[in-house]
Design a protein around this ligand. Structure first.
Ligand SMILES: Nc1ncnc2c1ncn2[C@@H]1O[C@H](COP(=O)(O)OP(=O)(O)OP(=O)(O)O)[C@@H](O)[C@H]1O
Ligand SMILES: [Mg+2]
Length: 215
């Protein structure tokens, strides 16, 4: 079982959005089950899950302190992936969810205030002994083959902070929100769309990453 925690102390950067869209991609028919964990008292993930007509992935709403016990059971039950959506600001919950993770994903928007704030989350992950993967989310879409300058600058800054940065950038796309309000994900809602392609590329990148731990 691989445990993927999506964390950022800053609010509204796309934690729940990424957890949602990635979780359905992780769920392949006939494969071992995928568990989604909502440890955010806002319960945004649960709100989306209740809109779903499909009963996969499975959802668990709990407190971050309960994660180690529940994950032990999940491991024994043959769960393939556990994807954990965390609250903003709540350092204790974020730390608990990072501690149990094989992959720590840290989404950030590419704006200056977002990048100024992301360092504390990256530091927290590193202090816990994880090697977080920063994901640039809600970026202006590419207009040609080059990345928009705001994305290039964000990537450089994140690298200077010592972070690994996902090659795949998730653009600001309305399809990601439209899918959510219909209880689905972009892979289900608009499978040939550009948002679905980006999410699929990000998932491929995450699962081919070796499970590294910071030195
Ligand atoms: N790539 C994107 N394209 C379009 N809209 C996006 C994108 N990423 C996030 N959003 C929108 O931005 C808002 C915040 O996203 P989301 O709720 O996923 O962030 P969050 O980090 O989980 O927030 P919180 O800290 O409050 O839990 C939502 O309305 C979501 O639909
Ligand atoms: Mg959220």
């Amino acid at each position: 079982m691989q445990v993927i925690t999506v964390a950022a102390r800053k609010g509204g950067v796309g934690k729940t959005t990424l957890a949602t869209h990635l979780s359905v991609l992780a769920t392949q028919p006939g494969d071992r089950p995928v568990l989604l964990f909502d440890v955010d008292p806002q319960r945004s993930l649960a709100w989306w899950w209740k809109l779903r007509t499909k009963d996969t992935p499975h959802l668990i709403e709990c407190d971050a302190r309960e994660l180690p016990k529940i994950l032990d059971v999940a491991r024994r039950e043959g769960v393939a992936y556990a994807i954990i959506d965390t609250p903003p600001h709540a350092e204790n919950s974020i730390s608990e969810a990072m501690r149990v993770a094989d992959h720590v994903l840290v989404p950030t928007r590419p704006g200056p205030f977002d990048l100024a704030a992301v360092a504390t989350t990256l530091d927290l992950a590193q202090r816990i002994g994880k090697n977080p993967l920063a994901i640039i989310n809600a970026a202006p879409p590419r207009t040609g083959s080059l990345e928009p300058s705001i994305v290039l600058e964000a990537r450089l800054l994140l690298q200077r902070m010592g972070a690994r940065v996902a090659e795949t950038v998730i653009s600001q796309r309305v399809a990601l929100s439209h899918a959510i309000i219909s209880g689905s994900t972009v892979g289900e809602y608009e499978p040939q769309g550009r948002a679905a392609t980006e999410i699929a590329a990000l998932w491929a990148e995450i699962i081919r990453e070796p499970l590294k731990v910071a030195a």
